[in-house]
Design a protein around this ligand. Structure first.
Ligand SMILES: C[S@@+](CC[C@H](N)C(=O)[O-])C[C@H]1O[C@@H](n2cnc3c(N)ncnc32)[C@H](O)[C@@H]1O
Length: 236
């Protein structure tokens, strides 16, 4: 199995200024779908073909994957897809915060890396600051889609998202897991899991009208739930 990148290592802590939509897309006024941890970007490249009235941005921390994915993206017919290198936990908040209102309309986190060990939990991609930045950028009704084949990965994501109070599931969606994928193109990992006929755990959220909770309060509550035995983590 490939080695995961440690997003907490010093190199990946350097903030990058991601380009604005007008530098990325032919029609920057279109709504944006942001896929966090997109790997080789095959899902996004497929979506870009099928949904030319959306712009699609993938972010990925493994640079070699980004180089080939973004080469394909820039060759795409509609000028509506790009893949950028960054650590989502460091560089996305500023980019999302600078977007025009309601430009970001869908965010997906699909099959994030499975950091199983408790001492590695801070390496998981969905942390309180990223969730709050997503919630701040999405208008009511806009979507956050999460999926994984690993219960220990999806369960904390669901717990944190619900703890924030900023998201609801569509009333008709099955619980605890959605029956199908709302996106019409599977990811690389999803194809593999489907071929093995293994279960996939999916949740679609919509931003509600609740104001953002206080960041420090959410972090403290999350710390108590996620890691009650330990005080503030010293991992770096
Ligand atoms: C298990 S792979 C899944 C890739 C793809 N979403 C799929 O479903 O096939 C998770 C991806 O997230 C990327 N990743 C992990 N942490 C990240 C971070 N902090 N910022 C950006 N990408 C990250 C990893 O490098 C990896 O490519």
């Amino acid at each position: 199995m490939r080695q995961h990148v440690n997003p907490l290592s010093r190199f990946f802590q350097l903030p990058l200024q991601l380009p604005a939509p007008k530098q990325l897309f032919e029609r920057p006024e279109q709504p944006i779908h942001l896929d966090i941890g997109c790997a080789r970007g095959r899902c996004l490249l497929g979506l870009a073909e099928q949904q030319p009235r959306w712009n699609h941005l993938g972010v990925e921390i493994r640079r070699p994957l980004v180089q080939s994915a973004d080469r394909d993206a820039q060759a795409s017919e509609h000028g509506n897809v790009r893949v950028l290198f960054c650590n989502a936990n460091i560089s996305l908040e500023g980019w999302m915060g600078a977007l025009p209102q309601d430009r970001l309309q869908r965010v997906s986190i699909q099959f994030p890396d499975p950091w199983f060990k408790r001492r590695h939990r801070k390496r998981r991609v969905l942390q309180p600051p990223l969730l709050l930045a997503i919630a701040a950028a999405l208008e009511p009704g806009r979507e956050l889609f999460l999926q994984s084949d690993v219960p220990e990965v999806i369960e904390p994501m669901v717990a944190l998202t619900e703890l924030s109070g900023c998201f609801e599931r569509p009333a008709n969606d099955a619980r605890p897991w959605r029956l199908d994928n709302p996106l019409p193109v599977p990811t690389e990992r999803e194809r593999y899991v489907l071929e093995q006929a293994l279960p996939i755990y999916r949740v679609l959220y919509q931003r509600n009208r609740q104001p953002l909770p206080d960041r420090g309060a959410l972090e403290n509550q999350w710390q108590e739930i996620d890691n009650p035995a330990e005080g503030v983590s010293s991992e770096s």
